[in-house]
Each structure stands twice: as structure tokens, then as C-alpha cells.
Design a binder for this molecule. Sequence first.
Ligand code: DQA
Length: 150
Amino acid sequence: MSDLVLVLNGPNLNLLGSREPHIYGHDTLDSIAAALSDQAEALGIEIDLRQSNHEGHLVDWLHEAGGRSALAVILNAGAYTHTSVAIHDAIKAIAVPVIEVHLSNPHAREAFRHTSFISPVAKGVISGFGARSYALALDAAAALRQGTAQ
Ligand code: DQA
């Protein structure tokens, strides 16, 4: 196990800040990355934050996390959360805990967002706290390292 946490972001999350701010808030992915970097440094964790609008990139990065024996993956798969068997299977194929993250609370939104292909294979799920969802997930990852998370 390393101290590496991959923070993977799926489609449309490159538009955070301008995309439906009443739902997703005003933080940009860059500002989230900067805050996470500071938090990671304080925790002694290395983070690598990436974003792609392409499902296969997320699959490849999950495989990479497995190959590098990452401590954890923090994954906001965006809309692929609700559609992707490929991402579900990739998570099952690696021995790295995946923490599913959402800025919004999908269960409080449209019915099509109530199904997650990620949740059944995730270590845990954090949603509904805006940019803070990521910070909470990084704390959870640090707890995994210390063996203080279940
Ligand atoms: C999201 C929720 C998804 O339903 C949506 O498709 C997104 C963002 C969130 O962070 O709240 O793109 O994952």
C-alpha cells in the first residue's frame, strides 16, 4: 500500500464553477484540487487529481491505481455513476478501496440518479456536501491508511 490517492473525476466536472452552480456550487475543479493538495500535504498523502469526459480513461486510471497499489481512489464518476458497468467492473478488478463522491445528493434529485453502479462496489459513499465531499473523502482515505476506518 502506498500513500497515493487518485482523485478521479468524470464527465462535465471540468465545468464546475459555471455548471448549474445552484446544484454544484461555485468551486471550480482547480480550486478543489488546490484545497485537496493542502489537506493532503498536512495528512502526508500524495494526491493525483484527474478529470476526463471519457469513460475509458476512468477505467484505465482505475487499473493504474490497482497497478500502483494506491491507498485509495476518490471517484466522482459524474453521470457514469448511473450508467457504467465498465467502471463497476474496473473497481471490482482492483484491490484498492474506492470512495464514491458526489457534490450533490443524487438521491434527492431525479429518479435516474437514484441508481449507482459504483455504490455496490465502493468502500463508502459521501455525497451532498459540495466541495467538502472531497475533503471528507480524503479524511476517510487517511483513516484507511491508519486502519481507523472499518
Ligand atoms: C454528480 C451527480 C451526478 O448525478 C451528475 O451526473 C454529475 C455530478 C455530483 O457530483 O453531484 O455529473 O456526480
